[in-house]
Design a protein around this ligand. Sequence first.
Ligand SMILES: [Zn+2]
Length: 133
Amino acid sequence: MDIEKHLLGGASTYHGGIDIGAVEGTKIYAVASGVVTKASWGGANGYCVMIDHQNGYVSTYAHVNPNFVVHVGDKVYQNQYIANVGPKYVETKSYTTYKDSTGKSTNGATTGPHLHLAISKEGKKIDPQSLYN
Ligand SMILES: [Zn+2]
């Protein structure tokens, strides 16, 4: 998936990040180089990956597949394959508290497979689209 292209095309309303529609299994690439600081369950983010770009910026990729392809401490480079878009539903664990109306555990606060991309600068969330405008 070409994230930049998706960002330049229409994206959903800003809500602490942007949602990029993609089918389950779509490859996700790092927006920039950095170090993986999280590759685990993240509450509303579901299974997620976080990359500290070591310049004040941190990117978060939410609702990914729980079979992680990168792990905490890994150094990654820009456009490196770091995750796959996850399923809507995940196996119920003690920490998976998000459910839909059918009672099945969902991959965080999600209504279906997509990538939620959030970027923060010095701890404050910024609109990822602003980086591309
Ligand atoms: Zn979202």
